[in-house]
Ligand binder design. Structure first.
Ligand SMILES: [Ca+2]
Ligand SMILES: [Ca+2]
Length: 118
């Protein structure tokens, strides 16, 4: 998914930008990570850019070729991400949507043991 631990982001960004961890807030990190995958610089992640981010993450997390998801499965994941997180349904994840998705994920993680609201 798009949700990547900050430690992973920090590790990654060491190569990309000339900043130490201490100088960056979590929000800075999120922003840089977002921009890192916004290849055409329009401040929105389209399906292809999301897919790149996904495969990027899979490569770095040591998933072997055998286990790595097929393009078809990645396409499905991209669809899921867009349907969950593309709040204005324009087909792109823009930065506010990305931040909202990360916050949502944070809350899901935090309330893991809480009873499901059903
Ligand atoms: Ca873009
Ligand atoms: Ca959108």
């Amino acid at each position: 998914m798009l949700f990547i631990s900050f430690s992973h982001i920090k590790e990654h960004l060491k190569d990309e930008i000339d900043l130490t961890e201490d100088q960056m807030s979590d929000e800075d990190l999120m922003f840089h990570y977002f921009r890192l995958h916004d290849y055409d610089g329009n401040r929105k992640l389209d399906g292809l850019e999301i897919m790149h981010a996904l495969s990027h993450y899979q490569n770095e997390s040591g998933v072997t070729d055998k286990e790595s998801t097929s393009e078809e499965e990645n396409a499905k994941t991209v669809d899921q991400i867009l349907s969950m997180d593309d709040l204005d349904s324009d087909g792109y994840i823009d930065y506010p949507e990305y931040v909202a998705a990360n916050k949502k994920h944070d809350e899901l993680t935090k309330t893991d043991s809480a009873p499901k609201p059903e």
